[in-house]
Design a protein around this ligand. Structure first.
Ligand SMILES: Nc1ncnc2c1ncn2[C@@H]1O[C@H](COP(=O)(O)OP(=O)(O)OP(=O)(O)O)[C@@H](O)[C@H]1O
Ligand SMILES: [Mg+2]
Length: 238
């Protein structure tokens, strides 16, 4: 029986597996992420990084095991409750996933509309988020005219505007030049500094080496046992 403790763990995965047909993308994964941790998920292509991110925001459902987000058991969630739980997350993707026919402002405002924020509060909150990422001067433009780095800044604004507890990012710098990548990384660190838990799946070794995050390595759907052994050696609890 899995006992839920009242502590500062915000993400708990317990014996989670995910299969796509016969392919096991994640195998028997158990890990905990604390409130306000900065975590890198790394590992070779096909290791299960994106799958893990998708399970966390319920883009996919686990084949086995339990996922508990901020004390809420995902398995017991009904379809109707999913939007409520998704509010805990801001999600950033490698390919931005902005709506090309809506302006930068509208893309970010949409989050607050879905959250039911009062219309008169939307304008100042969107502009504040756009200022934080340094793209407020492009508010009226459509995403297709922006550079990759600019689009990703809009995606970061969209991820932070709802003040989520957790930011999930899947290869957020994967298609960016080094300067844009380091700017996006800096924005993630700023979100972390204001209390947000940040989970980033990335191949970007430079980002991992220069950051102060915990590194979780996946290999063929398994946690790299060496990482955990090293953590225990260093006296760090899981
Ligand atoms: N929808 C799907 N249907 C079938 N197989 C899938 C699906 N999504 C992922 N997989 C498989 O699951 C495994 C893990 O994929 P995943 O996308 O999580 O890897 P990844 O670590 O994110 O890789 P990359 O670094 O290339 O992004 C891969 O073998 C992949 O082919
Ligand atoms: Mg991936």
């Amino acid at each position: 029986m899995f006992v839920m403790h009242k502590d500062n763990t915000i993400i708990r995965m317990f014996r989670v597996s995910k299969r796509y047909g016969k392919m096991e993308a994640l195998s028997d994964l158990t890990l905990e992420i604390r409130n306000n941790e900065f975590v890198f998920i790394t590992g070779p292509s096909g290791a299960g990084k994106s799958t893990m991110i998708k399970l966390l925001y319920m883009g996919e459902i686990a084949s086995e095991g339990a996922i508990i987000i901020d004390g809420v058991y995902m398995e017991r969630i009904t379809r109707k409750q999913i939007p409520h739980l998704r509010r805990k997350f801001g999600v950033i993707f490698q390919d931005f996933k902005l709506i090309p026919t809506k302006t930068v402002f509208q893309n970010v405002a949409l989050v607050l509309e879905v959250l039911g924020v009062k219309p008169k509060e939307i304008q100042p909150r969107v502009m504040e988020a756009l200022e934080r990422v340094g793209i407020d001067d492009r508010a009226g433009e459509l995403p297709p005219v922006l550079s990759g780095g600019e689009k990703q800044r809009v995606a970061v604004a969209r991820a932070i505007v709802g003040e989520p507890k957790i930011i999930l990012a899947d290869e957020p710098t994967g298609s960016l030049d080094p300067d844009s990548a380091s700017h996006i990384f800096q924005l993630l660190q700023e979100a972390h500094a204001t209390g947000t838990t940040v989970v980033v799946a990335t191949h970007d070794q430079h980002m991992i080496n220069t950051g102060h995050g915990r590194v979780i390595r996946l290999v063929k759907g398994h946690l790299n046992p060496d990482d955990e052994a090293r953590r225990i050696e260093r006296g760090m609890d899981p």
